[in-house]
Design a binder for this molecule. Structure first.
Ligand code: NOJ
Ligand code: CA
Length: 535
């Protein structure tokens, strides 16, 4: 199980209201007790934070708000001593506009060779005042920003698929390729075990800059040339001792195209956003699980199971809504949700995902049952998605609220006692019941459910990779086996269903009702006689 730490919001060691490496080091015991195999850190590099650190100004250092490179090295060593591996986030599609390469490109003026490392182009129209293309950015809004020449006159435009503070690199340029291979080496040399690759499918662009048209190849998504980059990265990773993993952020509805990133000489794994976006519905989930497993089989890569991350509405909130799917396009303010229902389903989903074949990613706070904070005052919202969407999309701040650790009122132990600043986003008062401390030792808590489930998963060789098969089940119920003796049954129907008679419940996501499995509840069972489990 790989646990995602979003450093701004995990734990604040120095009391400035922003999470940092000192805070993470002080809370490593929480992650060890949870049973995590690896931690993925969202970006911690020097950054003006126009996109919460996904705008990187220096790929080989740590932002002072998070600490120092020395502290990061100490954290890596301490995690390794606990048997926990480390994954860092590398952002190769774009950098920050404060990055020295981009500053040099701006200063060099039109035609400067430094501009070849990015996408600078003259504008269209008689005065060059229209952007080179009409592409729509990944956060909505325009993808080109006009520069001002050193003499003060309007100049060329540069491409940014995200915010204007995130200029896209030109991956056709050998210096960009060499630079990122060196960045990978920098972190591998510091003992890092894996790289999470941001926006992995966007790096290569069609240099003729065609418009995006329905029946034409897309100018920047999933171009074939991207695979050569990952083949080179794989050779580099394979050259290091031990296992060094490459994990792609690949949003790709086409499962075949998705699996191309996982060929044996490319990435080791990629996030399964299909599962994340899937409705809480038996046939949709079954189709997703089958489709996922059959797409991964030919490339022999492990499937991944992801319910939440720092970009999406927390699944406790999603699962309590009438429409339980996730898509960026559908994000709106004020969609009603039933958090009790969402929590029940999230508990069942935890047992479901932790017993499917492959790797599970847990986003910080998911193990505490945190919900999306949907009432952050407008003035405090920081995510650029909110403004760039014309305030249609509420943005991603609601899943990034600092974690509650202990105590009855904010900052709930996120910052030390006597901290000078409040947490960078306000925490809901009722998180007092969801702190790690309040949940520890409570057998009905989300935290203890995750701890128990991960303990069982780590101890049972039938879980994780390997053998999987569906079992017959009534409508609205998912039932499958792992190996001969282990079973998972999830009831998504409206009424209770009988539990299999020949299994011993190991762990359930909610109270079992006298031999019945209630709605929105999952159970793990061990066959009394393993021979029975195959039929
Ligand atoms: C994906 C990251 O997960 C997201 O947080 C970020 O805004 C974009 N890539 C741009 O780097
Ligand atoms: Ca801090």
């Amino acid at each position: 199980m790989i646990y995602q730490v979003y450093p701004r919001s995990f734990a604040d060691g120095n009391g400035d209201g922003i999470g940092d490496i000192a805070g993470i080091r002080a809370r490593l015991d929480h992650l060890a007790a949870l049973g995590v195999d690896a931690i993925w850190f969202s970006p911690w590099y020097p950054s003006p934070m126009a996109d919460a650190g996904y705008d990187v100004a220096d790929y080989r250092d740590i932002d002072p708000v998070f600490g120092t490179l020395g502290e990061a090295e100490a954290l890596i060593a301490e995690a390794h001593a606990l048997g926990i591996r480390i994954i860092v986030d590398v952002v190769p599609n774009h950098c920050s506009d404060a990055h020295p390469w981009f500053q040099a490109a701006l200063a060099g003026g039109p035609g400067a060779p430094e501009r070849d490392l990015f996408w600078f182009r003259p504008g269209r129209g008689p005065n060059g005042d229209q952007p080179p293309t009409d592409w729509v950015g990944e956060f909505g809004g325009p993808t080109w920003t006009r520069t001002t020449d050193p003499d003060g006159s309007p100049g060329d435009w540069y491409l940014h698929l995200f915010t204007a503070q995130q200029p896209d690199f030109n991956w056709d340029h050998p210096r960009v390729r060499a630079e990122f291979e060196d960045v990978l080496r920098f972190w591998f040399d510091r003992g890092v075990d894996g790289i999470r690759i941001d926006s992995a499918g966007l790096l290569v662009k069609d240099g003729t800059l065609p418009e995006t048209l329905p029946d034409r190849p897309h100018p920047f998504r999933d171009l074939d040339g991207v695979h050569e980059i990952y083949r080179a990265w794989r050779r580099l990773a394979d050259g290091y001792p031990g296992d060094r993993a490459l994990i792609g952020e690949v949003w790709m509805p086409d499962r075949q195209r998705f699996a191309n990133y996982l060929r044996p000489d490319e990435l080791h794994a990629a996030f399964n956003f299909d599962f994340l976006g899937c409705a809480w519905d038996t046939s949709a989930l079954r189709e997703c699980i089958d489709g996922t497993l059959s797409a991964h089989a030919p490339v022999a890569a492990p499937a991944t199971w992801v319910l939440s991350n720092h970009d999406v509405t927390r699944h406790v909130t999603r699962y309590g809504r009438a429409d339980t799917t996730f898509s960026f396009a559908a994000k709106r303010e004020g969609i009603p949700t039933d958090l009790e229902l969402g929590t029940r389903r999230a508990r069942a989903a935890a047992l479901l995902s932790l017993s499917l074949p492959g790797a599970v990613y847990v986003y910080q706070g998911e193990e505490l049952g945190l919900y999306e904070v949907e009432d952050i005052p407008y003035a405090l919202r920081q995510d650029p998605m909110w403004e760039r969407s014309g305030r249609v999309d509420p943005g991603r701040d609601g899943c990034r609220v600092p974690l509650p650790w202990a105590g009855d009122e904010p900052p709930f132990g996120f910052s030390p006692d006597g901290a000078v600043a409040a947490p960078w986003l306000p925490q809901p008062a009722d998180w007092k019941d969801r702190t790690a401390q309040a949940q520890t030792g409570d057998p009905n808590s989300m935290l203890e459910l995750y701890r128990s489930a991960i303990r069982v998963r780590r101890a049972d060789p039938a879980l994780g990779d390997g053998d999987f098969g569906w079992l017959p089940a009534p409508d609205g119920v998912l039932a499958f086996r792992r190996g001969a003796g282990f079973r998972c049954v999830v009831n998504l129907a409206d009424a209770p269903v009988p539990l299999p008679a020949d299994g011993e419940p190991l762990l359930a996501s909610g109270p079992l009702d006298d031999g019945l499995l209630p709605p929105d509840t999952a159970v793990w069972l061990r066959s009394v006689d393993p021979a029975d489990a195959s039929h």
